[in-house]
Design a protein. Structure first.
Lengths: 292, 292
C-alpha cells in the first residue's frame, strides 16, 4: 500500500538522521529495533488517509506528521513494556527493547524517540511554519499531560480512576492526534476531526480488550491476559464477549457517520471500514453476534 | 534576580497547564515535585542572559525557551536518578522522584516534562512562528540522538566511549542549547553562540567532577562519589584536583573571550564571571592553585 511505503521511507530517513555518527552504537541500534518491523501502522495510516481526504497538498508535511506520530506510539510501547509497568518480555513477536538492550537503553530509546518526533516536525514540516506548529501543538497535547497518553498511563497509578478520562487519554489520544494531524498537515481545520479520532480510539480499545481476552500469545506477539493480571478495566469484563463485539460495531458505525465533509470523504469511509474489519478478532468474527 | 522571577512565573504557568483537571493527581503532583524547588537554574539563567544581550525584543518567547530548557533538564535528572541508571535516593536535598512517587510515575513524569517542553515552545513562542521552530530544532538536537543528552547517557552503555562526543553530549548539549536558544529567542543567529555554550558546558563538567570528588553529600543534596562508583571518566582522575581547578579557570577565560559581538556583550561577560565563581567548589577556592 502506498501509505505504508511513504511512511517506511520517511521513518527510515528520520531514524538514520538520529543514528548519525558519532553516536552511541547500541542506543542507535535500539532506535531502529523499536520502530521496525512495525505493527499494523494503523495510526499513521489513518493520518495519511485523512490528509489525502483533505487534499494532501504538501505530502512532505503529511509524511513528517505520520513519522512523528508513529515514533511517539513506538516510544510509548517501549516504556510501557518496562519492568515497572507491564514487564513484558515480548513485543511484536520479538524480545521487548529492555529485554534485547537492557533497561537503561530502553528508557533512553523511548526518550530519544519522543524528542525525535518533535524534531521531525520542526525540520521536515517547517516548509509551512504555521502547519508545523499546529502539528506540534496537537501531538504534544495528545502525548503529554493532562490528556495525552502519558496521562492515560498515569491514571493507572491512581486509587480512583476517572474511566472516561482514562480511556480517552490512554487509547483515544493518539487516534485523535492521527485524524487531527492528518487534517492540519493538509492545511485543513483540525477541530472537526476530533470526533472521528475519538471514536476510532474507542473502537480500538474495545477490540484490544477482546484480543486480550481471546487471542493466544503466539498470535498476538505479546503476553495476553494483561488486563486481568493488572486489574485494568475492560469492555469484556463489563459487557461480556458478545456485548463487547456489538458495542465495537456500533462505535465504528458512529465513526464513519462522523467524518467531516471533505473532498475524499467516500474513500476515507471505505478505509475506516477496512480498518474496522481488522479490529474484530478472528475468533469472534461472524459467530458471536446473532445474525452475523 | 529578575531572571529567576521570570522563569519561576513562566514555569509555574506551564506546569499548571499540564496539571489541568481531569488529570491523574499523583502524576500531576510529580511534575511539580520534579521542577521545584529548583537548583541553581543555571541553564535558563544563561539563556535569558544571552537573550538580554541580544535585545530580548520578545520576552514571552525567551520565557518559553527558558521554561522548555529547564523542563528538559529536570526530566533528565528524574530519568538519570532511576534505579537502572544512578539509583539515586536523593536529589536537591529531598527524595528523588522515583523514591517519592514510585518508578512508574518517575518514568512518566520525565516523559511528560519532555513533551511539555516542546508544547510550551509551540504554544507560547508561536507569536513568531520561525523563532518557535528554530527553538524546537535547537532543543531537540541538544536533547535527543545523535548528539543531545540522551546520546550522552547512551555512551555510558558502550564498551568503547568516544570521550569528546560523550562530554559534549552529556553536559555540553544543554549549555549549547542555552546560548543558542537565548540568541534565537531574541531573533539573532544562533550559530555564533555555540562555542560559548560548549565552553560553559566543559567548565561545568570539570566543576561537577571536582564537586563529586570533594563535597559532602549534605552539601550537594545528592550522593557523592558517583563517578568513581560507576567508573565514569572524570577530570579529577585525569588531572588531579589542582590540575582540574586550573583547567576550569582556563576554560572559563576562553568562554568569556568567545562571546559574539552583541549589544549587551559586557553585561553578559560579567554574568559568566559570576556563574564561573560559583562553579569552583568552596573547598578549593583560592587554596589549591598556587598564586590564587
Amino acid at each position: 500500500m502506498a501509505f505504508t511505503k511513504r511512511l517506511d521511507a520517511a521513518l527510515s530517513r528520520a531514524i538514520g538522521r538520529a543514528q548519525a555518527a558519532p553516536s552511541p552504537a547500541r542506543l542507535a541500534s535500539a532506535l531502529d529495533y523499536a520502530v521496525t518491523p512495525g505493527g499494523a501502522r494503523i495510526r499513521p495510516t489513518i493520518l495519511l488517509s485523512v490528509a489525502a481526504a483533505c487534499g494532501d497538498d504538501r505530502p512532505e508535511i503529511s509524511d513528517a506528521a505520520a513519522v512523528a506520530l508513529e515514533m511517539i506510539h513506538c516510544a510509548s510501547l517501549v516504556h510501557d513494556d518496562l519492568p515497572c509497568f507491564d514487564d513484558a518480555d515480548m513485543r511484536r513477536g520479538k524480545p521487548a527493547v529492555h529485554r534485547a538492550y537492557g533497561e537503561p537503553l530502553a528508557v533512553l530509546a523511548g526518550d530519544s524517540l519522543i524528542v525525535a518526533a518533535f524534531e521531525v516536525l520542526a525540520r521536515d514540516a517547517g516548509t509551512v511554519p504555521e502547519r508545523a506548529l499546529a502539528l506540534i501543538r496537537i501531538l504534544s497535547t495528545r502525548t503529554g499531560m493532562p490528556m495525552g497518553i502519558c496521562a492515560g498511563q498515569g491514571w493507572e497509578s491512581e486509587a480512583q480512576i476517572n474511566l472516561r478520562a482514562y480511556h480517552m487519554a490512554k487509547t483515544g489520544a493518539l487516534f485523535i492526534a492521527a485524524t487531527q494531524m492528518g487534517a492540519a498537515a493538509a492545511g485543513a481545520d483540525p477541530e472537526p476531526w476530533e470526533e472521528l479520532g475519538a471514536r476510532i480510539g474507542e473502537a480500538f480499545q474495545v477490540a484490544d480488550d477482546l484480543r486480550d481476552a481471546l487471542c493466544s500469545e503466539a498470535e498476538l506477539g505479546k503476553p495476553v491476559g494483561q488486563d486481568d493480571l493488572h486489574g485494568r478495566p475492560s469492555a469484556v469484563s463489563e459487557l461480556g464477549v458478545s456485548g463487547a463485539v456489538q458495542h465495537l460495531k456500533d462505535i465504528l458505525a458512529g465513526a464513519i457517520a462522523s467524518i467531516p465533509s471533505c473532498p475524499g470523504e467516500a474513500a476515507l469511509a471505505a478505509m475506516v471500514r477496512v480498518q474496522a474489519d481488522r479490529l474484530v478478532p478472528t475468533e469472534v468474527r461472524g459467530q458471536t453476534v446473532p445474525g452475523e
